[in-house]
Every structure is written in structure tokens, then in C-alpha cells.
Design a protein around this ligand. Sequence first.
Ligand code: GTP
Ligand code: SPV
Ligand code: MN
Length: 601
Amino acid sequence: MKNLAPAIFPPKGIGDAKPSNKAVLDWVHEIATLTQPENIFWCDGSERENEFLIGESLKQNVLIELNEKKVPHSYLHRSSPNDVARVEQFTFVCTPTKEEAGPTNNWADPSETYTKLRGLLEGAMRGRTMFVIPYIMGPADSPLAKIGFEITDSKYVVLSLRIMTRMGEIALKRLGNDPNAEWNRGVHSLLDVSPERRFICHFPQDNTIISVGSGYGGNVLLSKKCLALRIGSYLARKQNWMAEHTLILGVESPEGRKHYVAAAFPSACGKTNFAMLIPPAHFKGWKVTTVGDDIGWMRIRDGRLYAVNPENGYFGVVPGTSNKSNPNAMRSIAHDTIYTNVAFTDDGDVWWEGKDGKPPAHAIDWRGNDWTSQSSEKAAHPNSRFTTPMRNNPALDPGVEKGEGVPISAIIFGGRRSDTVPLVYQAFDWNHGVYLGATMASETTAAATGAVGRVRRDPMAMLPFCGYNIGDYFQHWLDIGSQLTNPPLIFNVNWFRKSADGKFLWPGFGENMRVLKWIIDRCEGSGGGLKSPVGWLPSPHDLDLAELDINHNAVDELLCLDHEEWKKEIAAHKEFFDSLGGVVPEALQKQREQLAAGFEP
Ligand code: GTP
Ligand code: SPV
Ligand code: MN
């Protein structure tokens, strides 16, 4: 199998950045004794090392080089066709008790799971190279920064983590020699990339992650969903901060007033696009800048929430990305990018559904098969991805390296809802906002294996990513709120409401600026709104819709509350809370009763 490439032997000066911390060395020794690799490669994150690994990956067909003129210094990787998305059913939170993992996680007994995984890892790296990757999540000088090590037998993981994290020497330096320092232990092995032996296991109490049997994104880049969200959320509760599935963006008015907002949308529901929004011509002088596109770590400072983006790059959805929908993303991925599971054209370029221009007459599809523009199959997998450094983003926010983070004025929740949920509304206060997050739902997408388009509750977009009991997580949100003297205002948005004929009512993308503008107006106390049972709703006049080609009926439909739909929605909230078996805080149950009362005649 192409992924399971043999050992590589680097020239002198490469692959020898051995850490000096004894705890790390002992752990690496333990994993090497178990997996029995041919050799150990200690990654330093340098340019020279990266070039060497790219060269080896090309030789071993782990990467395909793209046309240097069309997409400079960029590569295509194809994962196994059975391994193209996160696998929620094989993702486990292995806390000492089942209660700690709570009703929304797959739980497994830690000692049994360690034993099972040790069995699978025994001799797994024989004849292969074991890479040891040190990395930091967050700006190195941030009080929120966390150190992780990932052991892997995949060069694709090494090359990707170098883009996605601050990797190498910088992490070793920050860790130092303290044997009791806090750092995350991540072990990954491809094994034989078989769905039968694919397990993504978290041991939050040991700050440990073990992932086997996959070579894909969120399953194997352990810095991302595994550390920054699942382990991160567990640590955040213990340490009184927040680890959330949020983009972070800056928005600056022509007068130079600047706000930052964090927005939690489920996977493939528009975070990267919103984070890179370019305001339409009507909003002359307004600027939107990106701090992060997927994950926010937030802490309390002076009674406010401050956020950092723990990541250093973007692992974004490719299909649908175009100069029309997301020009900043197009510019970001025009060079120095690793593409995964897109189509490869005859002139060495990449192609995907929704890219600008005509489809190529012929290409090699994501599976490696011949494809023509007449094919009924998709050329790129719907969950194909780009991995690109955040430095490539022309709209990168200047505050992205600020260790203290950026102050958050608003938190926005949102999902994919064809019906029921208005374009935007505002919570009455923090606790009501927590309720909006706790009860949000979204139609499932290709980012995880399983059915697509099914409405499911996805509290705070964290259903697959909360590393502990969801009831305690809700309580943590309430507790954080009670410590804030200047809390962010909380909103809910829905870009995906459809008309009776199944078309999106809202143009989305850059036009989302109109909604963002209302949110900023509300933060500044200037925006109008109508009190409704679900929260503050803008009237059509409160939204700046100038120069937008949309008819009045569509706007009315986008903002309307259908009482029959909402009765069903509130019943679904109750059903969801009931399904959690008594863990939901009383304060949120009260919110639900108040909401229901608002719809009584
Ligand atoms: P993950 O990386 O999985 O967390 O996804 P994400 O939340 O960053 O979503 P992303 O921005 O990549 O968008 C996912 C899909 O939704 C893409 O196909 C986009 O084209 C589409 N999309 C994003 N924003 C909008 C919008 O405002 N309206 C509509 N109709 N589609 C959108
Ligand atoms: C998501 O699914 O939310 C992603 C992609 O960002 S992955 O990293 O694969 O989880
Ligand atoms: Mn995501």
C-alpha cells in the first residue's frame, strides 16, 4: 500500500533534533520499544528537513508534485478511499468513569483500551521510520499555549503538522527540561489503514491521544480536533478557560473601530468562508481579517473573553471554493499547499467541483481513476481538503500572534437549517445565549462518515469534540459567564434557510457582511431589533440590504418565526435534553420553559 512506505535514512544534520526533556525521551523510548521502528526521526521543523521529507514523499508516492507554474510548491495527496473523513463512531473518550465522558461520547475503559491499542501497535512500525514531532498550539508566548508531541509513521502527518502548528525547535525550547511540565502525548500509526482497526482514543486524565488505522485529517493531525478540542476542552474546564470550535475574525469600520467575533458552526457549515469574508462593494472601507478559521481558545482577562487561534494553518474544505465564493482562500491555496483528495488534471493542476472555469475534459479523480467531464462521479471528494499556512492569507489579522489574544465582542452560533431558524437573532443575555448554543442543530455534512443532510443537535458545534460530560460542559459555559463583567453578546445565524422550492433564500458568503454589520451595531448599542420569543430579531429595516439583489418576500421569509415549526423545534429541544439523562443544568431547563411559554397563546 502506497501509504505504508519503508524507512527513510536522512543525511547527517536532518532528523536528529532530539529533545533533552527526560519525560519525553522516556515516553518515546516506551513507544519505540512497542512499535519497533527501523529508526527514529527527530523533527526540527526546519526548511531543510521539510524539503528532504517532500523529496522522500514524492519518491514513495505519498505526494504528487503539482505544476510548479500553476501552483508553486504544492502537492497532491490521496488518502485511501475507505479513509476520507473523521470517524465519530470509532472515536473514544476513555475517562476513568463513563459518567465523566457523558452521554454524547463513545466511552471505553482506559486500561482495557490501552491494552487493546498496545496489541495493535506492537511491531506496527517494523521496517519503517518513526517520526517524533514537537509542536506548540497558540502563539509561543501565550498563557494559553500548549505543547504537544506527536509520534507518527506517516510523512503526510509530519508535512501537514508543519503547516498546521508551530512545529519543531520552538516547541522544544518552550518545553525545557522540567520533567513535570504539561505536554500532550500523541501516538499515531497508519497500521494497515483498515476501517476494522481504526480507533481514535483520548485519555484526557493522562493528556494522551492514540490514533490508529487512519491517514486522514482530523483523525491523525492530533493537534487539531484531538488536542485543541477534545483534550483542550477537558483541560479548559479544569483550568477555567474555553476551547471552542470557533473561527475568530476581526471587523473594522471605515472610522477604524474594531471588534472581534468568534463563531461556532459545525463541520463544513461555513467557518473558513466567514473567517475570510470580503465585504461587498456597498461596505466601502469595512475590513474583515482572519485570526482563525476553526478553533478558538479563550480566557478571561479584565472581565472580558480574549481569544487566540491555537493553529498555524488552515485545513479547509476544497469543493465550492472559488474566486466568487472565497477569493482570500483561493489566494491562500495558490502556492505552498498540500491538497488531499482533489482531482489531478493532465497539465499537473488541481480541480474540484465549484472551482472557477470550465471542468477539464479529462482528469484523474480523487481515487486515482480516469475521469472526464461527462462522468457522473465527483472528481474531488466532497470532503477533499487543503492544508495551507495561515501566512498565505492576504486578510490575516495583525493580532494573530498576540499571546494575550484578541477581545471578543460577540459569539455567534449557527448551523445548516433548511427551515425554522431565522437568518439571525440575538440572545437576551449570556445564559439565554448558552441555551441557544446548547440546543443548536445542523444538517450533517461530509466532514464525518455517515449520512449527510440529517438534522442533529450539535451543541456549540462541539458534539463530536467535547472531551467530557456535556452537562458539565454546559455548566462550564454558565460558570464562565458569571465571571465576566463585559461578556460577549451571543447570536445565532443560519445562512442555509431554504424556500419552498428548495433554494437558499440568502446569498451567503460576502453578503454575510450584512448580518455581521447588524451584529456589530448591536455590540455598539446602535442596531435596532424587535423582541421575539426566541430573542432579538432585526426587522428588514435594521439590516443594511442596500445594493443587494434580493426580493422583499425572501427577506421576510428569512426573518420570520413560523409558530408551528417552533413548537416542533422546542419539542426537539426537550427531547434532546431528556436524551442526555438528567445532566442538563437547571438554568438551561428554565430557559427552555421560558421559550416554550413565549409561544403559548
Ligand atoms: P470545517 O473545515 O469542516 O470545519 O468546515 P467550515 O465550517 O470551515 O466550512 P467551510 O467554510 O469550509 O464551508 C463548507 C461548505 O459550505 C462549502 O462548500 C462552502 O461553499 C459552503 N458555504 C460556506 N459559507 C456559505 C454561505 O454563506 N452560504 C452557503 N449557501 N454556503 C456556504
Ligand atoms: C472538521 O470536521 O470540523 C474539520 C476537518 O475541521 S477535520 O480536521 O478532519 O476534523
Ligand atoms: Mn472544523
